[in-house]
Design a protein around this ligand. Sequence first.
Ligand code: CP
Length: 315
Amino acid sequence: MKHFITLKDLPNFKAAVDLAKSLKQSPYEFEAQGKRKTLGLLFFNPSLRTRLSSQKAAQQLGFSTMVMNFSNEAWALEFEDGTQMRGIRSEHVREAAAVVSQYCDMVAIRAFASLTDKAQDEAEIVLNSFTKYADIPVINMESATGHPLQALADALTLEEHKTLHRPKVVLTWAPHPKALPHAVGNSFTKMMEYQDAEYVITNPEGYDLDKNITKGIPVIHNQEEALKGADFVYAKNWCSYSQYGQILRTDNAWTLTEEKMALTNNAKFMHCLPVRRNIVVTDGVLDSPNSLVIEQANNRTFAAQAVLKTLLDHA
Ligand code: CP
C-alpha cells in the first residue's frame, strides 16, 4: 500500500479490521516499528477525534508526530499550476509537499469539501496534490468525498457488537443546521460492501447520495419504514448532493428519537461525532446503553494504527 486515500487502498480489508482488533488488545506490540519515524498531520479543517486518535495511534507505534493547522498557522497554499501568485496564497503545494517530505516519513491530511463546487470537490485537489508532489505516503483524514479512517473504525465497531451473522444496518439522514459534506455517508456505504449485512439507506427526497456510490443499495425515503427490524442505526447529516451544498429542509421530522428506535430490533445507535443533541438525535437515544458513539471514537485509534502499520509493512 503506497497511500491510504480510500478503503480500496487496503491490501485486504478483513485483515485490516483484524489487525485493528488485535492492536486494541495489544496497542504497544509494534512500538519499535515506527521508532525514529515522524508522522506529519496537516489540518485544513477542525478536528477532535481524528487529530487525537491519529496522534495516539502513531505514538503507540513509536512514531513522533508534528501537527499543523493550515487554516491559521501555515502559509496559504496555491494549488493551481502555472498561475502568477499575486494573491493571498504565498506558497505552492509543489514546494510545501516536497518540504513536508523532508521532515516526515508519512503525512496525514484533512481537507473538507467546499460544498460550493461539486466538480472541484470531487477532484480532491488538496489530497491529490500532496500524493503527486510529496514522496512519502499520504493518509486521508477526511477529504471532500471520503472519511475512510472513520469507516474502518466503524467496521471494527460493527464487528465487535454484531450478534447476528447477517444484521440489518440502516444509515439514516438526520437534520442539521449547517450544510455538511457527504464524506462519512460515502465511506460508510463503501465499507458496507465488505460486510455480510442487509444494508439500507434512508433519507428525504432531494438528499440521495451520489448514485455512483449507492448503486445497488436500497434508498428508502420513508425513515420509519427503513428502521423496522434494524440491528444497527447509523445517523448522519449531509447536504443535498443533487442541489449541491444546499439545505433543503430545516424541520426536525427526521431527528432520531426513542419512538423511532422502538421500531428496530433493539438496534445499536452509531454516529461518528460531533453530534448536535436533540437535532440529529435525542438525548434519550444518545445516552442509552445501546449507543456506541464513544466506542466508535475509541476505535478510531486502532483503525488509524492498523493503517499506519500496514503502510510501514509495505514501505
Ligand atoms: N468523526 C470525526 O472525524 O471527528 P473529528 O471531526 O472531531 O475529527
